[in-house]
Design a protein around this ligand. Sequence first.
Ligand code: NI
Length: 132
Amino acid sequence: MSMANDLVVQLDRMVREKGYANRSQAVSELVRDRLVSHNAEKVDQEIAGTITLVYDHHRPLIQALLTDIQHDHGDLIISSMHVHLDHHNCMEVLAVRGKSGQVQAMADQIVSAKGVKHGKLTVTSTGKDFSK
Ligand code: NI
């Protein structure tokens, strides 16, 4: 593998700044990160991840709506955490696992629910794809 010298210079700077043991470790991590994103584009790929959302629990129906969606997808949601951020705002973190297409469809449904201020699916590996 070869790459332009200015890329190598910048890569080595990042290796130092981020504290990687060496260039190979940094490149492996970058490749794994890209593979996770790439594989998640395949609807049948098994993925794990988290959905984080923030909403105002005073808004009518939002809590019932989110609970309904979560009950409909109990097979995809393996754990959840609810944090009362302040008097109005709640944050929920859902740990999810399942086929990429199903997880992303559910995440779209949750994030686009009326009353959700911000929501985001973060995809990671189930861990089975990589030896380390
Ligand atoms: Ni709350």
